[in-house]
Design a binder for this molecule. Structure first.
Ligand SMILES: [Zn+2]
Ligand SMILES: [Zn+2]
Length: 366
């Protein structure tokens, strides 16, 4: 399994997408999907740094990814964009993008050639969070899926219950005169939190790593409540004591936090379901929130494609492949370099993460 170099003799002629050292490759169309090394033509599912890497000559992505991609990969990248459902023909391969429900601009890539349809999911989530169009199942022969949280223990609370918990925590802190510092991934999670919390509880302060991504969401028409930077004149000491503060995990332990004085802190991540992960973060609270599908959603999404062949790219790949084979499906793993975006810190930097595909230790446990 995995990283064997491309060998035409071992690849059935019907395989529309194969594994190459640079990334997932479509031989018929001569393009890559989310390559982890620079290539001539890259189709990008979404702008998380492990899926969208610098250095490729030409990029194709959804139109709502334009802001985040230019922010992260450089304003002058050669980027072509598509709306969901638009099709283009490249060397006789029909390509279209479909909502993945993961973050703004996230897309599944549908590739059709010679009567075969393959769909590469990138990352996806089934529950509609209001910050991007919800996941849309696409019928296909072969589905290439992520499996970030592909273990039966991973089941997310419904969004209303999640936000009731977060609002109650913030309101209790505000009543006690303490700021509520909530650490969340700067691209995707932070905007989803902003969109979902009750802005009547108090002011919302955002870290400098979160602010530019909010601007991209707002420009794309996503409703986000007003936010302050800590340096704004409105951010008085009294206001800060009632505030919800959204910051990337990398802000923890930095001098920036000193302005808030005594505060409560929390971390929002799918990994918070596991007690050890919360303890290692050393925060007061953990909110279970992910922009990836949980275990039941992965099963549901895979079934909805109607695919008989499933290729798993990252996360709990071995467990997922075993489960799929037990269901009578033809399943295998592509060893990729994805997997950092619900795991590593992210301050909104363009640089690729120092280490990819390192699941939290719990993810590897049986
Ligand atoms: Zn992602
Ligand atoms: Zn991913």
């Amino acid at each position: 399994m995995g990283r064997a170099p491309y060998d035409a003799l071992t690849v059935p002629p019907s395989d529309l997408i194969v594994h190459r050292p640079e990334g997932l490759y479509c031989p018929a169309g001569d393009f890559y999907i989310d390559p982890w090394r620079p290539v001539s033509r890259a189709v990008i599912t979404h702008a998380h740094s492990d899926h969208a890497r610098m250095g490729s000559a030409h990029y194709l992505a959804h139109q709502d990814s334009e802001g985040t991609l230019r922010n992260r990969l450089g304003a002058d990248i050669d980027l072509q964009t598509l709306a969901y459902g638009d099709t283009i023909d490249h060397h006789g391969v029909r390509l279209s993008l479909h909502p993945a429900g993961h973050v703004l601009g996230s897309a599944q890539v549908r590739v059709e050639h010679g009567g075969q349809v393959w769909v590469a999911s990138g990352d996806y989530k089934l529950e509609d969070d209001g910050t991007c169009p919800p996941f849309e199942p696409v019928r296909c022969h072969t589905f290439i899926t992520e499996s970030t949280f592909g273990l039966p223990i991973y089941r997310w609370p419904a969004q209303p219950a999640l936000f009731a918990d977060i609002n109650a925590w913030w309101a209790a802190n505000a009543a006690a005169g303490k700021a509520s510092v909530l650490y969340a991934y700067a691209f995707g999670k932070a905007q989803r939190l902003l969109h979902g919390v009750d802005p009547n509880i108090g002011p919302i302060v955002v870290h400098g790593a979160v602010d530019p991504l909010n601007a991209v969401y707002r420009a794309a028409g996503v409703a986000l409540p007003p936010t302050l930077r800590v340096t704004d004149p409105g951010a008085t000491k009294a206001e800060l004591r009632r505030a919800l503060v959204l910051a990337p995990p990398s802000a923890a332990g930095t001098p920036w936090l000193k302005r808030f004085g005594e505060h409560s802190d929390a971390f929002a991540s799918g990994w918070m379901l596991v007690r050890g992960a919360r303890r290692r973060r050393g925060v007061d609270r953990g909110f279970v929130m992910s922009d990836h599908a949980d275990w039941p959603s992965l099963q549901k999404a895979i079934a909805a494609t109607g695919a008989e062949r499933i290729i798993v790219t990252h996360g709990s790949t071995e467990v997922m492949v075993r489960w799929l084979c037990e269901q009578g499906l033809d399943a295998q793993v592509f060893a990729t370099e994805y997997g950092a975006d619900d795991n590593e810190d992210d301050a909104g930097a363009a640089a690729p993460p120092p280490q990819a595909d390192a699941p939290a230790p719990e993810a590897a446990a049986p």
